[in-house]
Design a protein around this ligand. Structure first.
Ligand SMILES: [Zn+2]
Length: 245
């Protein structure tokens, strides 16, 4: 999600919460990556080692305990891309900060303002219309009011609180052009990651999706958490949000 920061008028910004970060007084989505947060090395210095729980895992050459993460102790931890969180440099609106994206997904925080996206019975979401068409394509046409049960939709885009539905719809040029679908989600289930798989021998890392529990996750450097959304309620318009929790 990228705000239209050059064209956002001062009047438009008056309703934007203080918890939304700013760059040169322009609002920046809470989840966005900033250029100074990236670890700038030509290639991360990683290698494979025998994992404590068996099998192989990818490791940095100067590892720390926080380098690996999995949603539950049932899954082997996965190596995550290192990134800062100090919002230094300039905002990169089209990119998600790895740590903030994972935090927003697991703690159900709004990707715009960083506050809770909880609503009665679940979590508020605002899905870009293009992504919505993609994830619901197997089900055919989905109308407002549709409610899924046991029909998981997967995404890497975190929640958006109901207070920020209108803000996102107003500030993001792509949503203004294509639209977005407001949802509430009863079940948010971490299922995997997107990242790069590093081969054991020679060869370049390859981008791909991985599912927690599969052996190849031992060779993965994760960049974004993938969650499945279940018990999804579709709302017809941005002007009729559900009650806050
Ligand atoms: Zn928000």
């Amino acid at each position: 999600m990228s705000p239209d920061h050059p064209g956002t008028s001062r009047a438009d910004q008056s309703a934007i919460p203080d918890t939304v970060p700013r760059y040169n007084r322009r609002p920046v989505p809470w989840v966005a990556q900033w250029s100074g947060e990236l670890v700038r090395k030509p290639r991360p210095r990683v290698r494979h080692e025998e994992a404590p729980a068996g099998g192989w895992r990818l490791t940095y050459r100067d590892p720390t305990d926080t380098d690996w993460w999995a949603p539950t102790s049932d899954h082997k931890p996965v190596l995550w891309r290192r990134t800062g969180t100090d919002r230094s440099g300039t905002p990169q609106y089209a990119l998600l900060n790895t740590i903030r994206q994972r935090t927003a997904m697991t703690e159900h925080l709004c990707q715009v303002c960083g506050q809770s996206a909880a609503v009665a019975g679940g979590v508020a979401w605002l899905m870009h219309a293009i992504e919505w068409r993609h994830v619901t394509a197997p089900m055919g046409a989905v109308e407002p009011g549709w409610k899924s049960l046991h029909t998981a939709l997967s995404t890497t885009n975190p929640p958006t609180c109901t207070n920020c539905w209108q803000i996102a719809a107003r500030m993001c040029p792509s949503i203004r052009e294509h639209g977005a679908v407001p949802l509430t989600v009863g079940v948010v289930r971490p299922v995997g990651v997107t990242g790069d798989v590093y081969p054991m021998g020679v060869g370049r890392p390859e981008p791909r999706h991985g599912t927690f529990g599969e052996p190849e996750m031992g060779h993965m450097m994760a960049r974004l958490l993938v969650v499945e959304l279940d018990d999804v309620q579709v709302y017809p318009a941005l002007t009729s949000p559900p009650p806050r929790a």
